[in-house]
Design a binder for this molecule. Structure first.
Ligand code: THU
Length: 130
């Protein structure tokens, strides 16, 4: 199954009764395994979690920490980019050249990279004097 199909499938399980905006994410790790996640909202709105965060958590729980490829899908006029927090989460586990495919449920896709999504990002190198 392609990464896009995996993201499309898991999106169906999104729990988004408040925004009604379902998001699916699929990531391929360095080992080649695929991990998926969907957004999980909460009545206390800030407690909700994004699809990307769920997929990353699944990868880490399985014992892996290196991202090779990412795909995010939503029903949106334009392919939806990850939120700011998720950009930082992706950068924690993926090199700057890791490809991120953004897709809509009606078939539009665009490709970017973790580096392009988070220019000037904070990294461990900034703490070297600490
Ligand atoms: N959301 C994601 O899961 N990923 C994104 O990249 C953008 C936003 C979710 C969070 C919330 O449940 C809903 O979409 C509306 O913001």
């Amino acid at each position: 199954m392609s990464l896009l199909d995996a993201a499309r499938d898991v999106r169906e399980n999104a729990y988004a009764p408040y925004s009604r905006f379902k998001v699916g994410a699929a990531i391929r790790s360095a080992s080649g395994r695929v991990y998926v996640g969907c957004n999980v909202e909460n009545v206390a709105y800030p407690e909700g979690t994004c699809a990307e965060a769920g997929a990353i958590a699944a990868m880490v729980a399985a014992g892996e920490t290196a991202l090779a490829e990412v795909c995010v899908i939503a029903d949106s006029p334009e392919p939806v980019p990850p939120c700011g927090g998720c950009r930082q989460k992706l950068a924690e586990f993926g090199q700057l050249d890791v490809v991120v495919t953004l897709a809509t449920t009606d078939g539009r896709t665009t490709k970017t990279t973790i580096g392009a999504l988070l220019p000037g990002g904070f990294s461990a190198a900034h703490m070297e004097k600490a």
